[in-house]
Design a protein around this ligand. Structure first.
Ligand SMILES: NC(=O)c1ccc[n+]([C@@H]2O[C@H](COP(=O)([O-])OP(=O)(O)OC[C@H]3O[C@@H](n4cnc5c(N)ncnc54)[C@H](OP(=O)(O)O)[C@@H]3O)[C@@H](O)[C@H]2O)c1
Length: 288
C-alpha cells in the first residue's frame, strides 16, 4: 500500500517510516510539503496517489502556538483540512494525529473517545479544529489522539530532563499534570495494526499503558539514565506560576482510555517498559 506521511522528519514520522517499512512509504518533511499551503498539499497528493495519508505534521511548539494562534490554526487546523480535502479527492483514507490536550483535565478517570472536549490552550484549540475540519472534509478519517511523545532524534521531555540534570540547575516538575508518556516506536507499530485491521473511521485513543505526572516521569527518566542522585522538587502548577513561570495552561488530568483500538487488538505496553527500552537504546547508540 502507498502511504504518504506528513511531518516525515518529526519524531512520529520517523518511527512510522521504520514500522511501516513493509509498505511503500513516502515520508515528506516540511521542506517538501507545507500542510498550511493547499497547493503544496494538492501537488504532493496528486503526485504520489497514496491509498492512505498519515498526517503527523504539526506545530508542536505550544509556546509559539500561544503567542501566534493564527499560525497555529493555519498549520494545525487548516493544514489538517487541506490534507483531508486532498485525501477525499483521490479516495485515500486519512489518519490524523491529535492530542490528549483537547480535554479540560477535570475528569479523574481516563478520558473515553466519546468524552466531551474542552481545550485550555491555543495549541489544543488548533488541534481540535484540525480534528473537526479533517473529519468534515474526508469521511474516511481516523482521528488518533496520542500523548506525551518521545522518539529518537526528537527534542522531547526525556532529552530535556537529561540535559537539565546534567546542567546542575535545581529541577522542579509538576505533580498535577498527569497523562501517559508514549514511545513513538510503540505507537507506530500500533498504527500498523490499525491499518492492517482496517479500523473504521472515527476517534481513537492510543498511548502506552498507565499514567504519570510530569514529576513521576522525570524521576523515572533520571533513575533509568543512572542519575537517581539528582534531586527533583515536586511542585504544583500554581506554585510554578507564583514563581513567575509563564506557559500555556495544561489539563491537570488527560489520561486517554484506549477502548476502540484495543477492541481491534492494538494496545501498547506499560509506559515504564517503553521508556526503559528508549533509554537503553540511546545508551547503546552513545556507546557505539
Ligand atoms: N510531541 C508530543 O508530545 C505530542 C503529544 C500529543 C500529540 N502530538 C501530535 O502528534 C503528532 C506528531 O508529533 P511529533 O512529536 O512527532 O512532532 P514533531 O517531532 O514536532 O514533528 C512535527 C513535524 O511537523 C513539521 N511541520 C511543522 N509545520 C509544518 C507544516 N506547515 N507543514 C509540514 N510540516 C510541518 C515539523 O517540521 P519543522 O520542525 O521543520 O517545522 C516537524 O518535523 C502531531 O500531530 C502532534 O500534534 C504530539
Amino acid at each position: 500500500m502507498r502511504i504518504l506521511v506528513t511531518g516525515g522528519q518529526g519524531q512520529l514520522g520517523s518511527s512510522l517510516q521504520r514500522a511501516l517499512a513493509a509498505h511503500d512509504v513516502v515520508a515528506l518533511g516540511h521542506a517538501d510539503l507545507d500542510v498550511a499551503n493547499s497547493r503544496s498539499v494538492d501537488d504532493a497528493v496528486a503526485r504520489y496517489e497514496p491509498s492512505l495519508v498519515i498526517h503527523a505534521a504539526a506545530l508542536t511548539d505550544t509556546g509559539r502556538c500561544e503567542r501566534e494562534p493564527a499560525v497555529a490554526r493555519a498549520i494545525n487546523g487548516i493544514g489538517a483540512e487541506n490534507i483531508a480535502k486532498a485525501c477525499r479527492r483521490v479516495g485515500a483514507r486519512l489518519i490524523a494525529i491529535s492530542t490528549n490536550e483537547v480535554f479540560d483535565g477535570e475528569k479523574t478517570s481516563p478520558y473515553l473517545e466519546s468524552d466531551a472536549t474542552g481545550p485550555l490552550n491555543a495549541y489544543a484549540i488548533s488541534k481540535l479544529d484540525g480534528e473537526w475540519l479533517a473529519a468534515a472534509a474526508c469521511p474516511d478519517t481516523l482521528v488518533v489522539r496520542v500523548a506525551w511523545l518521545y522518539g529518537s532524534g526528537g527534542n522531547n521531555f526525556v532529552e530535556k530532563v537529561k540535559v537539565a540534570a546534567a546542567s546542575g540547575r535545581p529541577l522542579s516538575f509538576v505533580t498535577n499534570e498527569v497523562a501517559t508518556p508514549t514511545s513513538t516506536e510503540d505507537l507506530a507499530v500500533a498504527f500498523g495494526q490499525l491499518i492492517e485491521r482496517k479500523a473504521p473511521a472515527g476517534i481513537y485513543h492510543l498511548t502506552n499503558a498507565g499514567e504519570a505526572s510530569r514529576y513521576d516521569w522525570a524521576v523515572e527518566i533520571l533513575r533509568l539514565a543512572g542519575l537517581a542522585d539528582v534531586t527533583i522538587e515536586p511542585v504544583t502548577a500554581a506554585e510554578l506560576a507564583a514563581r513567575g513561570y509563564e506557559g500555556p495552561r495544561k489539563p491537570a488530568y488527560s489520561v486517554l482510555a484506549n477502548t476502540r483500538a484495543a477492541a481491534l487488538g492494538a494496545r501498547l505496553r506499560p509506559w515504564r517498559e517503553a521508556l526503559a527500552a528508549y533509554i537503553e537504546n540511546a545508551r547503546i547508540a552513545t556507546d557505539v
